[in-house]
Design a protein around this ligand. Sequence first.
Ligand SMILES: NC(=O)c1ccc[n+]([C@@H]2O[C@H](COP(=O)([O-])OP(=O)(O)OC[C@H]3O[C@@H](n4cnc5c(N)ncnc54)[C@H](O)[C@@H]3O)[C@@H](O)[C@H]2O)c1
Length: 419
Amino acid sequence: MNENKKIRIGVVGSGRGQSMMDYCTKYGNAQLVAICDNYPPALERARRKYGDAITYYDDFETFLSHDMDAVVLANFANAHAPFAIRAMLSGKNVLSEVLPVQSMQEAVELVETVERTGLVYAYAENCCYMPSARKMREAFLQGRLGTFEYGEGEYMHNCEPDWDALTYGDPNHWRNTMSAFYYCTHSMGPMIHISGQRPVRVTGFEAPYNARMRRMGAKGAPFGVEIVTLENGALIKNLQGVGPSRNSTWFCVYGSKGRMESAREDDKGHGNVRTLFENLDTFEGENHFDGHETDTDDAISKQFEQSGHGGADDYMMYEFVQKLQGNPDADVIDVYEALDMYLPGHFAYRSVLAGGVPIDIPNLRDPAERDKWRDDATCTDPAAGENALPSYSKGNPDIPAETYEALRKKMEARDMWNQ
Ligand SMILES: NC(=O)c1ccc[n+]([C@@H]2O[C@H](COP(=O)([O-])OP(=O)(O)OC[C@H]3O[C@@H](n4cnc5c(N)ncnc54)[C@H](O)[C@@H]3O)[C@@H](O)[C@H]2O)c1
């Protein structure tokens, strides 16, 4: 490992991408060298913030010719796979924002590109690096929780107050067309990373369309639930969506030696994902029942605690940079695990469309399984044409053009591109 190697990073997408850009300017182990965005106001905003030492691009292909070690993909969530594939084919390591893919066809091509190029592909599921989730994983690795038996994750986010800024009043923005199930990895991801298990079967349950989603102009269900079976037979219940009335980011795991869970959002005395309760036996069958709050800081987390999502954002970038500096123990999420986090949602929606039947989740580590899925481009992106599914299982709701017009005006009144 070469800790003195400064990793040169280029970022595509200057909305969420600013979190990764900021990381590069803070700690000295990474350098922001290029920024790409094809929306001029977004690119200009980045130029004002990051200054003239950076090279700015409005075209992804030209950006890829820049001399850099890695590309961070923070472009549209339903466009990551083709961008990751292009980046790796031009010799760049990749950190991909959520989601990894939107179809099985993309999943097969992504896996095979990672294998063929041998480059680092890391999935930026930052919730895995939230203090409570990190400590739960550590407890399983140390054997303190015993065998993984059950996990529950929630990522419920009432996005109505900011939907105009998130979608710009564009009826076809990915946030308006995506099934509630696809954006599952913020809560499914930690469960997969903590358990170290592969998901093998899923059943999906879709909440009914609601007035909030109609006001937002979003066509998917407000939230969805997946019940997942893991390879050891253990279970996960996962709940996520952008249209509930209240927020919840919460993780809970039961092992054979006890339980760990983060604090609930309304527990004001605690910092939710920074707070962890553990209730563990020292040996199986002890039945000690002693629940108490436990420390979530570790030697390196203190410096990151001010960063987004409970300190997770910078922690995740730290691990990615460590990986590129040659640390074999860096905690990054590879392409197979990224798909283990995403495919339960993808197939949960198929389960709903098939009337609520359990569906097997493919294992794309196995080359023999890939051929079954190589040509399957099914997803809820309207651009998929004849392969496009409705965003909501009962059919896309009719949303009047005035809804989007009002959202666009609200977004313009924020003057967000000049800040
Ligand atoms: N992990 C998290 O906590 C978290 C939080 C927010 C967003 N995200 C993810 O970050 C990504 C970006 O989300 P966002 O909130 O910034 O909104 P967004 O998806 O609307 O913004 C994407 C940005 O990429 C740019 N872009 C899109 N296509 C491009 C292209 N072909 N070439 C150059 N630039 C292009 C757009 O102009 C825009 O500025 C999404 O994948 C989203 O899922 C993750």
